[in-house]
Design a binder for this molecule. Structure first.
Ligand code: ADP
Length: 544
C-alpha cells in the first residue's frame, strides 16, 4: 500500500561529524606518516595523536572546563598540530591567535574570547608576555619549546609544554564516542578577523562546519588532497586554520611539512625541495617573495600550489608555471567562510581556449565549492544581479561552513534577511558560475563617476618584470573625486620609471585608469596575515 502523504526519514546512522574522528582516523590508518617541522624535527602521526591524548589529560588536570577557549600563539609546528587535535577532540575550543597582532588588539581579543589558557611558542613570549598583566582571565601560560632559548618568566602561571605532557595521564579510549549527534554543532575553533574596520570579530567554527569544509576541499578536482601528497601549509596556522590544510592532510593521510617561525623565502623553498612537497598554500605576498629564486631549487615534486587571501596576479601565477610547471591555483575565501569558498583553475569548457585566455581564466577566483552558494546583488537595492560576467555587485555567500553570526556581538548589517553573509567584496559571476573579484567595496576607486578596480590595476602593474609588489589606492581629487595612485616596490637590482610603467600599462587598461602617480617604496605595509595593508598604507601616506 502506498500512502501518497507519507514522509519518510532516511534510515542512515545519525553519526556526528567531529574533529575527534579526524584524530582517530589518523591514529588508526596513518600512524606511520610523517609530520616534519622546519627545525628538522621528524615525527609521525602516531607521535602527534599520542601528544594530543596526553594534552587531553593535561587539560583535564589543569581544570580547563569543557567549552573553554584554549588559545595558541604559535607558528606552524608539531606541537601546534597536537593542540589542533587535542583541544577540540575534548570539546574545548581552539582559539588560534594571530602572532602579529598589536598588543592592543591582542588584549582585546584574548579578553573578548575569554581565553582560559594560552599556549605560546617560547620564541614568541616577548610578543605576548608583556600583555599578561592585563589578561587576568588567563589562568595558565604553557610554553611550547621551539629551539630558542628565550627567557621564560618566573611566574607560577607559566609551565613547560613537554613537562606538562610528560606528567599527564593520556586519554585512553575513543574521543569520538563521547560525541552525540547534537554535539557536532559544538564550537571547535575560534578565529578573529583582522578588524581592518571596527573591532576584530570572532568567527566560531563548529565540528560539523570544520569537517564539511575539510571534505569540501578534499574533493577531487578541487584541492583534492590525497595520501601520496606531502602538504606544506605556508599560510600560518592562525590564519583561518591554515585554510583547512592541516585537517585536510590528516583526513587524507598525507604527510605534513610545517615551516616553523620563519617566512624567509629561501627557507621555504629549501624545505619544499628537501621534503619533496607536492601541495603548498600561501598568500600572494609570500609567493611573490619566493618568485626571484624559484629556479635555484628543485621543485619537481610540486603538483598543486594554492594562493588566496588577496588576488593572485596572473603574472605571478605564470612565473610559477614557467619555473615549476604548476600555476598558482586561485582561491577566494575569508575567515567567515572557514575560509575556502571558491576555487579557480580551468575546467573542460576552457579546453579550446587560447593560452592567453587560459591565463585569464586562472586569474579569476573560480567556482564555489560543493555546498557553497554565491550570488551578487545590487548594493543599493539588494536585488540579485544576472550571472552574465559583466554585472558587478556585492558578493554574498551561504553554506554549511559559512558564519551565520559572530561570537558575542550582534552585527545584523553583516547578514541578509535570508541569512546570507555579506562579504563586502564586489564581484562578477559568469554563466558557468565563475566568480571574478573586482575589488573590496572600500578599495574600489571612484573616478569621475566611473569605477576603477584597484585589484585589476595592481595585476596589470605587477606584470612588469621589475615590479615586486604594488598597491593602488584612490587619492581624493577635486575634479574626479578620486584618482588612482600606485605604490610600487621594485625587485632588487632592477629599475623602472613612472613613464615606463605608464607605457607598460597602456595596452592593458583604459586611459583614464592610468595612475596619476607612481610612488616608489622600499616596502609596503602588511597585515597580520601577510597581505598588503591598504589601511596602513593610507595612514602612512595620509589618505583617509
Ligand atoms: P581580512 O579581511 O582581515 O583580510 P580575511 O583573511 O578573512 O580577513 O580576508 C577576507 C578577504 O580577503 C575577502 O573578503 C577578500 O576581500 C579578500 N580575498 C580573499 N581571497 C581573495 C582572492 N582570491 N582574490 C581577491 N581577494 C581575496
Amino acid at each position: 500500500m502506498r500512502d501518497e502523504n507519507e514522509v519518510l526519514d532516511g534510515l542512515m546512522q545519525p553519526r556526528p561529524l567531529t574533529i575527534a574522528h579526524i584524530l582517530e582516523r589518523a591514529e588508526r590508518l596513518y600512524a606511520h606518516k610523517e609530520v616534519v617541522t622546519a627545525d628538522a624535527e621528524r615525527r609521525t602521526y602516531a607521535d602527534v595523536t599520542g601528544g594530543a591524548r596526553r594534552l587531553a589529560g593535561a587539560l583535564d588536570a589543569l581544570g580547563v572546563p569543557i567549552g573553554a577557549r584554549v588559545a595558541t600563539f604559535a607558528s606552524n609546528n608539531r606541537r601546534h598540530l597536537e593542540l589542533y587535535l587535542g583541544v577540540p577532540a575534548t570539546k574545548r575550543v581552539l582559539h588560534s591567535l594571530n602572532i602579529r597582532l598589536s598588543p592592543e588588539h591582542l588584549e582585546y581579543i584574548v579578553g573578548h574570547a575569554g581565553d582560559d589558557v594560552v599556549f605560546v611558542d617560547r620564541g614568541l613570549l616577548p610578543r605576548i608576555w608583556p600583555s599578561a598583566a592585563r589578561l587576568p582571565g588567563v589562568r595558565h601560560w604553557v610554553v611550547l619549546p621551539d629551539g630558542t632559548d628565550t627567557e621564560i618568566p618566573a611566574d607560577p602561571r607559566v609551565r613547560d609544554y613537554d613537562e606538562l605532557l610528560d606528567g599527564a595521564e593520556p586519554h585512553t579510549g575513543s574521543f569520538e564516542d563521547a560525541f552525540t549527534l547534537a554535539d557536532e554543532n559544538l564550537a571547535s575553533g575560534l578565529c578573529y578577523t583582522s578588524g581592518t574596520t571596527g573591532r576584530p570579530k570572532g568567527v566560531l567554527y563548529s565540528h560539523r562546519s570544520t569537517v564539511l569544509h575539510c571534505l569540501g576541499t578534499l574533493a577531487a578536482g578541487l584541492i583534492g588532497l590525497r595520501e601520496s601528497d606531502v602538504v606544506m601549509p605556508i599560510v600560518p596556522m592562525f590564519h583561518a586554520n591554515a585554510w583547512g590544510l592541516p585537517y585536510g592532510a590528516m583526513m587524507a593521510g598525507a604527510a605534513l611539512v610545517l615551516p616553523g617561525a620563519s617566512a624567509e623565502p629561501d627557507h621555504l623553498l629549501r624545505l619544499m625541495a628537501a621534503e619533496r612537497v607536492t601541495v603548498a598554500g600561501a598568500v600572494p605576498t609570500v609567493w611573490t617573495s619566493m618568485a626571484p629564486t624559484l629556479r635555484d631549487h628543485d621543485l619537481s615534486a610540486t603538483r598543486f600550489l594554492l594562493g588566496g587571501g588577496s588576488a593572485v596576479p596572473a603574472a605571478l601565477s605564470e612565473t610559477f608555471r614557467a619555473a615549476t610547471g604548476v600555476p598558482i591555483t586561485h582561491s577566494w575565501g575569508m575567515t567567515e567562510v572557514s575560509p575556502v569558498g571558491v576555487i579557480g583553475g580551468t575546467r573542460t569548457q576552457h579546453r579550446d581556449a587560447t593560452p592567453a585566455e587560459q591565463v585569464a581564466v586562472r586569474a579569476a577566483q573560480g567556482q564555489p565549492l560543493p555546498l557553497v552558494n554565491v550570488r551578487i546583488v545590487d548594493v543599493e537595492t539588494g536585488r540579485e544581479l544576472p550571472r552574465d560576467g559583466t554585472a558587478i555587485g556585492e558578493l554574498q555567500v551561504s553554506g554549511p561552513w559559512v558564519a551565520g553570526g559572530y561570537f558575542r556581538v550582534d552585527t545584523p548589517e553583516s547578514f541578509t534577511a535570508d541569512g546570507w553573509l555579506r562579504t563586502g567584496d564586489l564581484a562578477t559571476i559568469d554563466a558557468h558560475g565563475y566568480l571574478r573579484l573586482v575589488d573590496r567595496m572600500k578599495d574600489l576607486i571612484k573616478s569621475g563617476g566611473e569605477w576603477i578596480s584597484s585589484v585589476e590595476l595592481e595585476a596589470a602593474i605587477a606584470a612588469h618584470p621589475a615590479v615586486a609588489e604594488v598597491a593602488v589606492i584612490g587619492r581624493p581629487d577635486p575634479r574626479w573625486m578620486e584618482r588612482p595612485v600606485a605604490y610600487v616596490v621594485l625587485h632588487p637590482g632592477t629599475t623602472a620609471t613612472a613613464d615606463e610603467l605608464t607605457r607598460h600599462l597602456g595596452p592593458m587598461v583604459a586611459k583614464w585608469w592610468l595612475p596619476d602617480e607612481f610612488v616608489f617604496m622600499a616596502t609596503l605595509p602588511k597585515t597580520g596575515t601577510g597581505k598588503l595593508s591598504k589601511t596602513e598604507l593610507r595612514e602612512a601616506v595620509r589618505i583617509a
